[in-house]
Design a protein around this ligand. Structure first.
Ligand code: UT7
Length: 329
């Protein structure tokens, strides 16, 4: 019997812009404090992309260049690049195309996905299917968001939460029991009312009024999102662990980094080993599609071949999901 082809991660990289916005600096811009942000969210600072002509594709391209170098891969070997983002440089072309243009990737096709904070895991799921088909050998998954481009820096309810970053992984086929093993995803489309951007799309074109009222910025009802995030992230993480008979104490948990209190709630519900719940929200804030690759990148040195990793996320849509993956190197 032919062995099943799986998609394994063979390299990871990340990029954060140089400029750091600390809680102290933010407290001069809006009515907030380091004490409130640390106790309610767990963020100390976030990186912000600055400079004219800079956008999401620049961060994505930096992450991809690092990834190609680190894995010894030539740009022309890449078959497909998919970018998960909700902050594309422009409505079109896809940011994935712009990233290919900036990294000399010429033999690939490329497109974006739009899944908010589930951007990385949904895009990884799509990329894994291309590898599993047997037709594609080298697929790059990028998670990149320039959240500062849609944050209202006069709104204290959202401005402390978000940062800018990009991460990228290389997917390649394997017939070993490694790579993407199982996943559980879901959406509840009625949840959109709690987290969205009101203007700028086909529903509400921009006018002077929408600009004056900051309707092109993130609108979030924090408490509703919080409650759903705790329930759904814990549900999917538990489901993926139980149905595959995994020992939760041995699994590395890489949760989406939106709020330290959400992560703590997920950890308590499934009784993970605290040492194996990976957190870096303090340094970067919520970088949407980039949070999980940033965690992967920061803690890569801890993983050994065959280790069980569980990613879980929750975000706009509402959308949620978890992926179980066996580390391949
Ligand atoms: O990535 C997926 C999408 N996002 C999320 O998952 C985020 C989910 N939501 C959250 O993380 C939390 O709901 C927030 C961090 C957004 C807010 O935390 P909270 O504990 O739910 O605060 P709250 O909205 O209930 O506000 C509590 C108090 C209020 O004051 P009063 O009414 O009790 O006097 C707010 O006005 O905190 C006040 N507040 C602030 N105070 C200082 C809200 N934001 C701030 C702030 N600084 N930045």
């Amino acid at each position: 019997m032919e062995k099943k082809i799986r998609a394994k991660i063979t390299g990871i990289s990340s990029y954060v812009p140089d400029f750091i916005l600390t809680n102290e600096e933010l407290s001069k811009m809006v009515d907030t404090s380091d004490e409130w942000i640390m106790s309610h969210v767990g963020i100390k600072e976030r990186h912000i992309l600055k400079g004219p002509g800079k956008a999401t594709s620049d961060m994505g391209a930096e992450a991809v260049k690092k990834l190609l170098k680190k894995t010894g891969t030539k740009p022309e070997e890449i078959d497909l690049l998919i970018c998960g983002t909700v902050t594309p440089d422009m409505f079109f072309p896809a940011t994935a195309c712009l990233i290919c243009g900036k990294t000399d990737i010429k033999n690939a096709f490329a497109f974006d996905t739009n899944s908010g904070c589930c951007g990385f895991i949904y895009t990884l799921s799509v990329g894994a299917r291309y590898i599993e088909s047997g037709r594609y050998k080298k697929v790059i998954i990028v998670g990149a968001d320039m959240n500062s481009s849609m944050v209202d820096y006069t709104d204290r309810a959202t401005s402390p939460l978000f940062g800018d970053a990009a991460g990228a992984v290389l997917l390649e086929p394997t017939t070993e029991e490694l790579g993407v093993m199982d996943e559980q995803m879901g959406v509840d489309g009625s949840g959109w009312t709690h987290l969205h951007i009101k203007a700028g799309g086909s529903l509400m074109r921009h006018t002077h009024e929408t600009i004056e009222n900051n309707l092109g910025c993130i609108y979030m009802e924090g408490q509703s999102v919080f409650k759903w995030a705790v329930i759904k992230m814990a549900d999917v993480a538990e489901e993926i662990i139980k149905r595959n008979g995994l020992d939760s104490k041995k699994v590395w948990l890489l949760p989406h980094q939106a709020n330290l209190r959400i992560i703590d709630a997920v950890e308590n519900r499934i009784s993970f080993d605290k040492e194996k719940v990976l957190v870096n929200i303090e340094k970067y804030g919520n970088t949407s599609a980039a949070t999980i690759p940033l965690v992967l990148s920061d803690f890569e040195h801890k993983f050994k071949k065959g280790d069980d990793l569980a990613f879980c996320s929750f975000g706009a849509g509402f959308s949620w999901g978890a992926i179980w993956l066996k580390w391949a190197y």
